[in-house]
Ligand binder design. Structure first.
Ligand SMILES: [Fe+2]
Length: 224
């Protein structure tokens, strides 16, 4: 895995039928919420969701689909199965993971759904884990997520610690804008990256909506 130098890997999913089934369940849930017919092409429906849903209504749709998806007992094991072989190698095979698989939707020009630059370890996640991020449509450019390379990532903490105001007014994204790497991922692939790395997204300036799932499998800790 030479891509480990980048702090992430993009892999074909181990179980494509499982990914297709997850995506189809999501489309069915969305159609239930929107009271529309099941479309012939799941990917096309998701890519063009902004033609049916206003920015002000997208979070209600997202919550409906998130709750419905996570109500299925197969949801977490199916999601983990998408990247099981890579996660076994990176984290180990005694795994724990969060209770829910998260769902994000970023429609074109929606400023409200952007996720400012952050590292998941900052919100007290364990570093003995990886982030498993899987798009439900092809993503590229601002429809994708950005990651800061490990060698640059290492300089951020030092730089922030030297700021007079403790970094409160420091615009991390602007300061490192040229260093962020936009990671293209096709439907059928999954992105696995370190929670130590800074990442996020900006306003989606493409013509298609982004849908993605994420979860953070980590090494199980045994009580002794
Ligand atoms: Fe994150």
């Amino acid at each position: 895995m030479s891509s480990l130098a980048n702090g992430y890997v993009v892999r074909e999913v181990d179980d494509r039928p499982a990914l297709d089934a997850i995506r189809h369940a999501i489309v069915r849930l969305a159609c239930g919420h929107l009271k529309c017919d099941i479309p012939p092409d799941d990917g096309d429906f998701l890519n063009r969701i902004h033609e049916r849903v206003a920015v002000s209504e997208i979070n209600a749709l997202r919550l409906h689909v998130f709750n419905g998806l996570n109500a299925h007992a197969w949801c977490r094991p199916s999601y983990l199965a998408l990247a099981r072989s890579a996660i076994d190698r990176l984290v180990g095979n005694e795994l724990a993971m969060q209770n829910k698989v998260n769902l994000s939707i970023q429609m074109p020009n929606d400023e409200t759904s952007t996720l400012a630059v952050h590292a998941d370890v900052w919100s007290a996640e364990t570093p003995y884990e990886v982030v498993q991020w899987t798009p439900l449509v092809d993503v590229h450019d601002t429809k994708a997520m950005y990651i800061l390379r490990p060698e640059v990532n290492r300089t951020v903490r030092h730089r922030m610690s030297t700021l007079k105001d403790g970094g409160r007014d420091f615009d991390l994204f602007e300061a490192y804008r040229d260093e962020f790497h936009w990671v293209p991922v096709k439907y059928g692939q999954t992105l696995i990256f370190s929670p130590i790395l800074l990442h996020g997204n900006v306003r989606n300036d493409t013509t298609e909506s982004r849908w993605s799932l994420n979860c953070r499998p980590h090494r199980a800790v045994h009580a002794v």
